[in-house]
Design a protein around this ligand. Sequence first.
Ligand SMILES: NC(=O)c1ccc[n+]([C@@H]2O[C@H](COP(=O)([O-])OP(=O)(O)OC[C@H]3O[C@@H](n4cnc5c(N)ncnc54)[C@H](OP(=O)(O)O)[C@@H]3O)[C@@H](O)[C@H]2O)c1
Length: 259
Amino acid sequence: MQDPRAILITGASGGIGGALARVYASPGVRLALTGRSADRLSACADDCRASGAEVRTQVLDVVDTRALASWVEAVDRDWPLDLVIANAGITGGLGAGNRSETLADVHRMMSINFGGVCNTLHPVIPSMRRRRRGQLALMSSLAALRGLPYSPAYCASKAALKAYGEALRAWLHPEGIEVTVVLPGFVDTALAGHVAGPKPLQMTAERAARIIRRRLRAGPARIAFPVLLHAGIRLLASLPADMVDRVLGAVKVEIQHYE
Ligand SMILES: NC(=O)c1ccc[n+]([C@@H]2O[C@H](COP(=O)([O-])OP(=O)(O)OC[C@H]3O[C@@H](n4cnc5c(N)ncnc54)[C@H](OP(=O)(O)O)[C@@H]3O)[C@@H](O)[C@H]2O)c1
């Protein structure tokens, strides 16, 4: 597949999204970047422009369905999009002392992590279908592969994305659109900073972005990394649930609530 020339990335004010924007930025590339923090978004845009890319930015909340749709459609009219990376997301868990998630936490998680990705992709699917080309990437997580006791809603939101992306792929692939579900392990970003506990094989956001960019070229169904952690989680998911629950219960992890 050719390298994409027009790319939209959500969560570009953050670790992985910002690193993706920076690794794609080069002369001839058009980047449409969004996030909530105007300052961090504009710092990312400045870096990308310095690398020769043409950049437009918009401060948006991905739960704002209408505002996001009109921006995505406007970008796609001016720059027919080759690649959309729906990356924006939050983490969350049982909170201090691993007490509990509130129902509001669960709904918020689903509406940002799952709803926000749907809000990003839906507006561009009709025009990609008309063009019979394009690529969609959904930022899930290795946490999609096995529910973890410390972060029920996060795992559920990422598992929903995995199933959604697989279904989109089966639907849209015959029409020339590639759909890839991305499942990273631990990446050193602000989000990971809210997680207190072991983070085996954690990597930098730049390394993660380079892996994603390289592997997206082939348009695979799934990009899961690092390989060893992926293998470990798949093994856990295949073992008897009670045994795995005991192993996971012995690992101390606490995830702070944040806005
Ligand atoms: N870091 C990891 O270990 C890891 C592992 C697996 C998967 N992931 C996934 O990778 C993605 C990026 O995470 P990250 O690690 O780069 O975290 P991050 O540095 O905290 O960045 C998250 C990005 O998402 C944006 N965002 C969050 N809520 C939003 C909302 N309601 N509307 C619009 N934008 C919103 C943030 O915008 P503002 O900062 O401007 O608010 C920021 O740009 C997430 O989907 C995350 O679940 C991360």
